[in-house]
Design a protein around this ligand. Structure first.
Ligand code: ADE
Length: 241
C-alpha cells in the first residue's frame, strides 16, 4: 500500500509515521509513506498557498491551484485514479469498517487542510471521500490522516506480527474488547479473574464474550444495537439483569 499525504507540514507526517510498527512496515516495504509538500506547487513568488475568503469572514482559505497541481503530480505516476480522502470535520465519520475497506486499496491519497478550509472548486475536482475522525475540530488534517493511516496499515497482512490480533479485538462484530491481564497473579491486592488461570478454554471464551457484551452494552449502546446476539448471549443478558 502506498500512502500519499498532501500537506503543508510534511515533516510532521514523516516524523509521526516513521516510528514503531508503521516504521517497521515501511522498512519491510509493506507500505510507503509519501508526504508531499503542497507549498512546493505554489506559483506565488512569496510561496503563499492561501488567500482571504470571498464573502469575508475570519481566517484564510487554501487556494485551488497549488492543491490541484500537487495532486496531479501524484496521480501521474499511478495506473488508475486513486481514492482521495479529504480530512474535514464535516466528513463521514471514520470507523473500523472504513479502515478495512480502505486497506484493500493499492494507493491512497490524503488531503490535509489548514486555515479555514480549501477552495471548494478543487475539492469538487479531486476528492472522492470526505472523512472526519470525530466530532471535534483540530487545527489541521495531519493528525486525522496519521490516525487513519495507522488504523489502515495495521490491517495489511504482515504489518502486525500476529494477524489474529487484528481480527479479534474491539469493533470486530461491533463488540468492544474484553479486559486483559498479565503477571503477576496478584497486584496491589487485586487478583486476576480465576477463570483466566483455569486453562479451560471454553470457559475462558465464554467469560470473554460475556465481558465484551456487558462492556459494549454499557459504554456503546449504539454499537450494541448492531451486535448479532446468539441464543446463549440473550440468555446470559436476561439472567444478568
Ligand atoms: N480537520 C480538523 N478537524 C478534523 C476532524 N475532526 N476530522 C478530520 N479532519 C479534521
Amino acid at each position: 500500500m502506498n500512502f500519499y499525504i498532501m500537506t503543508l507540514f510534511p515533516d510532521m507526517v514523516k516524523d509521526g509515521l516513521n516510528t514503531s510498527i508503521i516504521g517497521k512496515a515501511v522498512e519491510k516495504k509493506l507500505l510507503s509513506i509519501n508526504a508531499v509538500d503542497i507549498r512546493d506547487y505554489t506559483l506565488d513568488k512569496h510561496r503563499h498557498v492561501d488567500d482571504y475568503p470571498y464573502g469575508g469572514g475570519a481566517g484564510m482559505v487554501m487556494q485551488a491551484q497549488p492543491v490541484y497541481d500537487c495532486y496531479k503530480d501524484i496521480e501521474k505516476d499511478l495506473e488508475k485514479k486513486p481514492r482521495v480522502l479529504f480530512m474535514t470535520p464535516t466528513g463521514k465519520t471514520f470507523n473500523q469498517d472504513m479502515a478495512k475497506e480502505l486497506s484493500k486499496e493499492e494507493n491512497l491519497v490524503f488531503l490535509c487542510g489548514h486555515y479555514e478550509g480549501i477552495d471548494k472548486r478543487v475539492l469538487d475536482k479531486i476528492v472522492t471521500d470526505e472523512v472526519s475522525i470525530g466530532d471535534f475540530v483540530l487545527t489541521g488534517g495531519e493528525l486525522p490522516a496519521m490516525m487513519m493511516i495507522d488504523a489502515i496499515s495495521r490491517l495489511i497482512p504482515g504489518v502486525l506480527n500476529n494477524d489474529i490480533s487484528a481480527e479479534t479485538e474491539s469493533f470486530t462484530d461491533n463488540l468492544l474488547e474484553y479486559p486483559q491481564y498479565t503477571r503477576p497473579e496478584i497486584w496491589e491486592g487485586e487478583a486476576v479473574p480465576a477463570v483466566l488461570l483455569s486453562g479451560h478454554h471454553a470457559n475462558i471464551e465464554k467469560w470473554r464474550r460475556e465481558k465484551s457484551l456487558l462492556l459494549t452494552k454499557e459504554r456503546r449502546p449504539d454499537l450494541f444495537e448492531k451486535v448479532e446476539l446468539t441464543k446463549k448471549d440473550k440468555k446470559f443478558l436476561a439472567d444478568y439483569e
